[in-house]
Design a protein around this ligand. Sequence first.
Ligand code: ADP
Length: 658
Amino acid sequence: MFSLPSGRSKSRLRKQVLLFGISVLLPALVLLFFTVRMNRQDKELRKQRAEEAKQLKAQEIGQHLADLLNKTKGTLLQEMDSNPNWIKTIYQSFPDLVYAGTIVEGDLKMSWDIIREEMSISQTDNSEKLILQAQQAEFSLNDLRLAKTLLNQALSTSIMPVQKSSIQLQLGRILFKSEDEEEALRIYGGILGQSMDLTDEYGIPFALFAADRLSLMSQEFNPILDRIEVLMERRQMLPSSALYLIRDITEQIQDRTQESKQLERIKILREAAVISLEDIKRIKSLEVLVGSWILRRNSSEHVGDSLTWEAHGDLPLIVGIHEKSEDQSPVLLAFDGPKILSTVIKEAGLAETFPGSCQMITNPNGGGIRPGGPFRGFWLLFDDMEVSDWSQSSLPFPIFYWLILFLVVGFTAFGGYLVWRDVSRELAIADMRSHFAASVSHELKTPLTAIRMFAEALTMGVHKRPEDQQEYLQTIISESERLTRLLNNVLDFSKIEQGTRTYRFEPTSLEETVRTAERALAFHLDQKGFKLQVELDEGIPPALADRDAIEQAVLNLLHNAMKYSGESRDILLKLRREGDTARIEVIDSGIGISDEDRSSIFGKFFRVTGIENQRIPGAGLGLTIVTHIAQSHGGRIEVDSRLGQGSTFSLVLPLEAK
Ligand code: ADP
């Protein structure tokens, strides 16, 4: 853009880069640094807060869980105290309860144990005898008819419902054996409908035995499935043998049916049976816990009512043991951990208060959090969610923040660039101005020295010959003209700078103006050995122009042609009409101008740098003034030049309008 002397320009450039760095880059970097740091800190803080939020949530969930468990415990104990049949109803009212029972002599009492106790009232009555005789007739004598009669007698004398069901079952078998299938079906159908409380001494309902027979004999499976479904509603009452039997029955039906609805029901029943078997296993495994509880009780003073809920098992059961007094059996309550957790979350309306889900784990290696409340052996694990789901950023709209930062930095950098560009331009102009002062002084000195030298020679009368004297005088005149032109340029330029340069427009013959300029320079050209060829179109109409200004412009161009002609001594001056415009061309075959410099030569004080140019005097004002003159006349200046081949400067002026 601007060429500067290289040594100085380097140090100036360094200064500018430093200035730019301090004023723009440094603050922007500091801003960036703080933003990044703030963001990082914010992230850390959010992580911390998310952890705290999780801790708090675990506390809250734990408290709710403890409340629910303790409340349920109260209700359950009351029910167990007041309702002798509690075992049959309790599981329906508390779906998350897996086990409620007493610890007798270190063992857990299962529901079927209780029922067995109820049933074991021995009956050595008449019907019992008849049953034995019937069995003898059936198995030893192989007399099915006798066996049937005996059983029918026993049935009519028996008063115990359980005994009756047992007799009916045997009767059914004998009927089946004696190929009275219809009657057998009827009997089994009757047993199938009987209450679930009627079980054998192992707690297996008679209805299930009937279902087993029917699943092999009957074609009607729906009543069997209906019944099993009802039985499964109280599945906690069924011992594992009953559950295995259910599995067998469903398998038998599965082999005999194609109906998709029935198959679907079977699938559900079997899944439920598997779960129940699992539950029984889980309950059995509690014996370890009971053992350690007893140890603790024996070693410490009192375990009593200060109840700690303890998790046990992989699929944890939440277990609480309650001991009312020394002489009453302790009560153990076990809830399904995951189920009761989700009940609590649902009932306390906690699901909405944290993101994702929450699980109960018995191994905290995966990052669990201890819940609030009196618990042992389990931890809560929240989903591995994004930190932002748990904790909001303290910076409002982080994206906007980044955007604003980006804009601020962007604008600062752009502003900085503009300042830098302006400053460098100013610096370059200042540099040129000082260069200009030196050039002008030098330019003034040369003609003044010549004038003085020739004037002194004349006064001293060294040369007596009139031709010589004449030549000296001409030189003095031409040098003073050069002085005048230089001063005119300087004055014009200062007027242009101040905006006070005025033109007097009047109809002007361009042909005459060009001729005047040619004449004014003729001696000078001649002296330096130049050959100026002039080609003027005739009949060009007068232009509205300032005659002196146009002449000055042409002279400036001609002077440049002479100065930058190098070895060449040919200059061509042309005046042509081009439609509504006139074109004055000054063509030389001199040193030419590089492509790079061509756009800059019209700038003020600009001088092409280079060894060749440095030797040629000049102030970098000539073309600036020509440009101003051309533009003030509504015209333009054009240049066409090739380095080493010469240049053509064209002053294009409008002929009609100003
Ligand atoms: P100067 O006083 O230096 O001649 P000008 O404004 O007239 O100032 O010219 C600016 C620069 O343009 C010159 O320094 C020169 O390098 C270049 N220049 C002008 N005219 C010519 C030309 N006819 N041939 C080659 N270079 C030229």
